[in-house]
Design a protein around this ligand. Structure first.
Ligand code: UT7
Length: 332
């Protein structure tokens, strides 16, 4: 029997137009361009300024363009998985709302919450459904309006995050291309170092939670950094090892864009030449679930059928993981 693999067959991205540069941030908090660039690699990020728009609007833009590129209609989609840490509402799912905005009517849809690793968790989930042979077209979309939970008085977090969305279409492939392997991990003990304190069932919104700024991102940066460096590198090295690959066999590393120093450490550990690492953190900052599909979108023209690609991420939870895939098409 021919083995079915799950392959990415189209990719698209969407970022809002408004830019927030390091120089803009210098006017808001006690920071400077040089510190931000050398500590994180970020120069500017995009912000969804329209208060009537949310993560689903960016996600819907990414998905509409995706279907157009692939030349298929919304009716053909079987499933929509949205990775987001900034859902429009606690319920219903943002995937539901995106489906509605795009006109996807024959699919079931749900969100995956795994902070910055959500896109990889979602892609792995989609691959399992595709490999059964029952599902033919699954949209995986990462969308985050991080500016909605960033405290622009906290210089340690407001410099990092930006808004954006990216989407991929996942389809069956019987020629040996697509997702070859994935390693996903989590450790809930890490939650104390990166979380949003209120708004969930533990601390529902009250006047006090708002006054105490409990609806913003809380991050102990140095601790998260330490775990991110070791775990993202560990899991990337592990996926190479168990697939008998070395850095020379890898054509591209697509890392989550949280901090350039974390990316460099991962590439180093894999023995990768820096020219093989997708980096756009300088333009967009950390868009959480948008980072990896936004990289694929921007590099799509350079990708060739058969390229060995490793995706890797680390995020709140803690969650982390890596995916090894063989790219399935030459872009036109
Ligand atoms: O997305 C997935 C999860 N998130 C991550 O992977 C993020 C991981 N963490 C990081 O990227 C880094 O920890 C940060 C970029 C958040 C912070 O960089 P750092 O090198 O770890 O800085 P730090 O928190 O150790 O702070 C060093 C110093 C402190 O001053 P003192 O105590 O040494 O006087 C901070 O107050 O830098 C200060 N600082 C700043 N200075 C200027 C913190 N933020 C800023 C700032 N501008 N924006």
């Amino acid at each position: 029997m021919t083995q079915i693999k799950a392959a990415i067959t189209a990719v698209n991205g969407y970022v809002p137009e408004d830019k927030l540069t390091n120089f803009d941030l210098e006017k808001i908090v006690d920071t400077n361009d040089e510190w931000i660039r050398t500590r994180t690699g970020i120069e500017e990020r995009r912000i969804l300024k329209d208060p009537t728009k949310a993560s689903s609007d960016m996600g819907a833009e990414a998905v509409k363009g995706l279907l157009k590129k692939r030349g298929i209609s919304p009716d053909e989609i079987d499933m929509v998985i949205c990775a987001t840490a900034t859902p429009d509402h606690l319920f219903p799912s943002t995937a539901n709302i995106i489906s509605d905005k795009v006109g996807i009517k024959n699919a079931w849809s749900f969100d995956v919450m795994a902070a910055c690793s959500g896109f990889l968790y979602s892609l792995t989930t989609a691959s399992q459904f595709i490999e059964t042979g029952k599902y033919k077209k699954i949209v995986v979309v990462g969308a985050d309006k991080m500016s909605s939970i960033v405290d622009y008085e906290d210089r340690a977090t407001c410099i990092i995050f930006g808004d954006g969305s990216g989407a991929v279409l996942v389809e069956p492939n019987t020629e040996g291309y697509g997702i070859m392997d994935s390693v996903m991990q989590s450790d809930g003990a890490g939650r104390e170092f990166l979380h949003q304190k209120a708004g969930g069932s533990l601390n529902p919104a009250t006047v006090e939670t708002v006054q105490n700024k409990m609806h913003y991102i809380y991050q102990e940066g140095r601790t998260v950094f330490k775990f991110a460096v070791s775990k993202m590198a560990d899991v990337s090295a592990e996926i190479l090892e168990r697939n008998n690959l070395t850095g020379d066999d890898v054509d591209w590393l697509v890392p989550h864009q949280a901090n350039l120093r974390i990316i460099d450490a991962t590439a180093n550990r894999m023995g990768l030449d820096p020219s093989k690492v997708m980096i756009n953190i300088q333009k967009y900052g950390n868009t959480t679930n948008g980072t990896i599909p936004l990289c694929l979108w921007e590099w799509e023209n350079k990708l060739k059928k058969g390229d060995n690609i490793v995706l890797a991420a680390f995020g709140g939870g803690f969650t982390w993981g890596s995916i090894y895939l063989k790219w399935a098409y030459d872009s036109k």
